[in-house]
Design a binder for this molecule. Structure first.
Ligand code: BEZ
Ligand code: FE
Length: 304
């Protein structure tokens, strides 16, 4: 047959993938065709609308660089990233909840001594972060690399600043847990910020009258050997956008109280030079494996 009605067309395209050698790839492609064809039929998609969609996807691709991933952003704002996260983490068994990686896991996470101020060059309210990594039974895990990154007071990540190429990382580091599974560092209290609105995805958010904001958070990637890599955030309790994150990434268990303190001494015994804040959070990881994602623009390694 050389001519199809619309239902026969779907069947013919599905059949055309029958010889795909990899059975999982065959399944994924055939299901994609089914869903896409259903969408076109349900919406009676016009040529003009189809052309708009192609133009949007083309601009999304064109906006991507080594350190900017507009497609991840699209997946995030459509809730696809959180859905992939959900179907892959159905049984947590007490492990810390996961959330989106986001598009700003870029560049170097240099191993940094405990207690360092990773935002020493930035203004903002000072914050002391103390944390611990354990297994599901509460046993501390030593020697675990933990990557952290967050936005500055203007709501930008270091990699979004032109100075990134010359000045290197800021508010971004790697800590390695001590014998008791602990690590601590100094930084600033993060603030809520908009996803990038200078590209097609941000423009789509604005044109659809959604707000572009993410509630304040610090990203953590806990990568213990022999355990599932844990990709998560700790959110700041009380943030205005905690219930309306543009990427749907908030989970109750990931919200932490950030206490305002006036003690003259911080938890590591060093003097405070004014009021400060304390964030405390413990991560529990689940036995398993898998490679942690490589920062954008780099290659995957065993502990990156
Ligand atoms: C982030 O938290 O860095 C982020 C996540 C998803 C989209 C945009 C930003
Ligand atoms: Fe973020």
């Amino acid at each position: 047959m050389t001519q199809f009605n619309d239902t026969e067309l779907t069947a013919a395209v599905i059949k055309s993938f029958e010889q795909t050698p990899n059975s999982r790839a065959r399944f994924l492609l055939q299901e994609l065709v089914k869903s896409l064809h259903d969408y076109v039929r349900k919406t009676d998609l016009s040529f003009e609308e189809w052309d708009t969609a192609i133009g949007f996807l083309t601009r999304t691709g064109q906006k991507c660089t080594d350190i900017r991933q507009e497609f991840i952003l699209l997946s995030d704002v459509l809730g696809v990233s959180m859905l992939v996260d959900a179907v892959n983490h159905r049984d947590r068994d007490g492990a810390t909840e996961t959330t989106v990686l986001g598009p700003f896991y870029v560049g170097e996470h240099k191993v940094t001594p405990h207690g360092s101020d990773i935002s020493a060059d930035l203004s903002g309210e000072r914050m002391f972060v103390q944390s611990r990594v354990t297994d599901l039974g509460g046993k501390p895990l030593a020697g675990v690399p933990v990557d952290v990154w967050h936005a500055d007071q203007d709501g930008f990540y270091d990699s979004q600043r032109p100075s990134y190429a010359t000045d290197g990382p800021s508010s971004r580091a790697r800590f390695v847990t001590d014998a008791d599974g602990r690590f601590h560092f100094r930084t600033i209290v993060p603030c809520s910020y908009p996803i990038p609105t200078d590209g097609p995805v941000g423009q789509m958010i604005m044109q659809t009258n959604r707000h572009p904001m993410r509630p304040a958070h610090v990203h953590f990637l806990v990568n213990a050997r022999g355990y599932e890599p844990l990709i998560t955030h700790v959110f700041v309790e009380g943030d205005k956008y905690i219930d309306s994150d543009v990427v749907f990434g908030v989970k109750d268990e990931l919200i932490a109280r950030v206490e305002k303190r006036t003690d003259p001494v911080m938890p590591d015994g060093k003097p405070a030079d004014g009021p400060w804040h304390l964030m405390t959070y413990e991560f529990h990881v689940k036995p398993g494996g898998g490679l942690a994602p490589a920062p954008l623009g780099t290659k995957a390694t065993e502990d990156a």
